[in-house]
Design a binder for this molecule. Structure first.
Ligand code: GLA
Length: 393
């Protein structure tokens, strides 16, 4: 069964719960509560660190951060997902000083302060409901909820795109994950009912209406629950291969290579780089194609492009695993209009665009395929584009 609890359209977790957790931990009321969502990416995978295009949407699932300034220069943070004493560190924390889940919080403090923003002592309680390890950007949601809280509490007046860049820097240089800017931009800049068509070079964003229900369609998110394997090392290797290829070709980033340039460009690269470049260049073109079709009201027309994206990630970019391929294949066999892995790959989720009355049948087909293959039982929910980060209290 599709998970009704995860398929909700209203936001959670609740403001009251995180406020109470704050009061329990710190003995006073928070100054405010901020929310930042996780995301699914509809198309544009492994393009963001190549200055390319992405098309994510925010999920109703996210992180809530209750926060209040303190008089000393310390940060203390509790998480409802990690019961225990508050994790504490000084505001002049450095990379390596804090590890584990609190590194995402410490990284944001470090990143903002490194950029010259006067962040002082603060108490924080965080509560999240983005399934962790599913490739739905639970870490960006955590970073962005904290970044938004600090931005307002200390009157920093940082614009959303700059806040996203600072949160990305926390993840790159404090946590040590060399991600692009998609997840953080999705978390701060998405709008309800819309996809975020983002140029990751300029951070220029357009909102593209995405109303599956009015077309009797559903966007199904299937969490394969495949354990993320090799994810960080392989991600960094893909990124390095792209950067090396861009240098060989003589462009600033692979974004500057067009599909029509491929016949001239590919022979200059080794086999592996050829595959990586072909994926990135064709994927950028697919994002633009999807945006055009959506603007023309041709929702079903994006299906084959989603499926082509998956094939490219499987064959050329080599970031899928058996569970992701099996889920896509089973979904398509059961009548999905298109399906692809979403996020970094090596595990995580698949999205499928399905006729609304076929959603349950498509998910059943995936479950059956997984049972036959001996894979863990997948879960699924339906997703609608939800609001980006904002203050809730
Ligand atoms: C992860 C990263 C993103 C992006 C995707 C792949 O989610 O955090 O920056 O590179 O992988 O598209």
């Amino acid at each position: 069964m599709i998970d009704e609890r995860l398929s909700r359209t209203t936001e959670a977790p609740s403001t009251a719960t995180v406020s109470t957790a704050f009061e329990d931990a710190f003995g006073r009321r928070p100054d405010g509560v901020w929310a930042a969502p996780g995301r699914v990416n509809v198309i544009g995978e492994h393009t963001d660190y190549n200055d390319g295009f992405v098309l994510p949407m925010a999920l109703p699932q996210g992180v809530r951060a209750a926060a209040a300034r303190t008089a000393d220069d310390r940060v203390r943070v509790v998480s409802l997902q990690e019961p225990g004493e508050p994790v504490g560190f000084p505001v002049d924390v450095r990379p390596g000083d804090v590890t584990g889940w609190a590194a995402y919080v410490a990284g944001v403090v470090w990143s903002l302060r490194s950029a010259g923003h006067a962040v002082g002592g603060v108490d924080l309680a965080v509560d999240g409901d983005v399934p962790a390890g599913a490739g739905l950007s639970s870490s960006a949601a955590l970073e962005c909820s904290v970044a938004c809280a600090l931005n307002e509490l200390f009157d920093l007046d940082i614009a959303p795109a700059d806040l996203a860049r600072l949160a990305q820097r926390a993840e790159n240089d404090f946590v040590g994950m060399p991600c692009g800017v998609m997840d953080q931009m999705a978390s701060v800049a998405c709008e309800e009912g819309h996809l975020l068509f983002l140029d990751t070079r300029s951070l220029r964003a357009e909102r593209v209406p995405f109303d599956t229900a009015s077309h009797d369609r559903t966007l199904l998110v299937i969490d394969t629950r495949a354990p993320h394997r090799l994810v960080d090392g392989e991600y960094a290797r893909r990124r390095a291969a792209c950067e090396a290829a861009a240098e060989t070709v003589g462009v600033r980033a692979l974004r500057d290579v067009a599909v029509d340039d491929l016949p001239a460009v590919l022979p200059r690269l080794d086999d592996e780089q050829q595959r990586r470049v072909r994926h990135v260049v064709t994927e950028n073109a697919r994002v633009e194609d999807v945006v055009h079709r959506l603007r023309d009201g041709d929702l079903d027309g994006i299906g084959p492009l989603l499926t082509a994206s998956h094939a490219s990630l499987r064959d050329d970019y080599e970031v899928t695993v058996g569970e992701l391929d099996a889920a896509v294949e089973a979904a398509l066999s059961a009548g999905a209009l298109g399906a692809r892995m979403t996020g970094g790959g090596f595990g995580g989720c698949v999205i499928a665009l399905v006729a609304a009355d076929r959603a349950e049948a498509v998910f059943d087909a995936v479950r059956e395929a997984f049972a036959t293959a001996g894979y863990a039982e997948p879960t699924a929910f339906t997703a609608v584009p939800s609001p980006g980060a904002h203050r809730v209290r």
